[in-house]
Design a protein around this ligand. Sequence first.
Ligand code: ADE
Ligand code: ZN
Length: 341
Amino acid sequence: MSISDAFTTGLPKAELHVHLEGTLEPELKLELARRNGIDIGQSSVEEVRATYEFDSLTSFLAVYYPAMEVLRTEQDFHDLAAAYFRRAAADGVRHVEAFFDPQAHTSRGVPIADVILGYARAAREAAEVGVHAQLILCFLRDHSAESAVETLAAALPYSEHIIGVGLDSDERDNPPEKFAEVFRTAREHGLRLTMHCDIDQVGSIDNIRTVLREIGVERIDHGTNIVEDPALLAEAIERGIGFTTCPISNSFVTNDMKASEIVQLLRAGARVMLNSDDPAYFGGYVAANYRALAEHAGLTREDLAQLATNSFDASWLTDEEKARYKAEVEAFVAADSESTT
Ligand code: ADE
Ligand code: ZN
């Protein structure tokens, strides 16, 4: 029996892999361009959408960073995040740990305080739409290690607004060990650790090994190439490492949703869950990712409930909070079973 949209949308879930800058919808981009008096070269939603064109991580990032020029003020960052939190609430998201890229803004002269405080204000207000939201500061791996160290130092006065640090942007020639020191410092300041290990990169499996054994992350963003090394996968499962996978995003940057790898992780008992990554660019928020994988891989409602449970288990909530949200998942599935039998 096919799974209803009401189920995928209503299923309580955590989203652990979404880039706030990746939620910039064409409508808001045009509004912010107008607000800030910036000529972006397009004047309609269709024209902006037509620029959202790519077939690899590199070509995606070449569109993604220039689009951020419309983000200038604390209010702009607030409005971007607030729009995403509202959209996430409509997809059954109860808890978010959202990435942001301060260097993409400070490198254009935007004060880091405006970035963090704008996002943090929206995160606080997200409670009004039933979403508990926290922020993860990502370093850009195609910038220098020194720039990451400086960014962390500049962000530390605002660390009450940040739950952890991540690493994103172009993985090619930018292996995790380049950032070992800044991640060590972040950990010493009580921040949680995650890193992108993007799909089918040169050296993917070596990078995954380094991230697990040398950096000591709690989660890997994407990371599905771990299925190439069963012993490493067994180690990750034993340690309860989270895998924040993004099926629709995968199908844009590699032509393949990586459904069989994601399902392999699920069946092996890994803490894998589904996320939207950059939904304004890839055209699917988190519930659409649950729907896409379910249809593609023939998943059951129980499988989707397990993914949702994993999303809370892999989060950085307290054990008490995790238990509360996982009980919501159970109650939702039980109520859905009653209504369909
Ligand atoms: N920045 C935004 N989305 C990303 C992704 N999927 N991989 C690396 N960097 C990113
Ligand atoms: Zn990502």
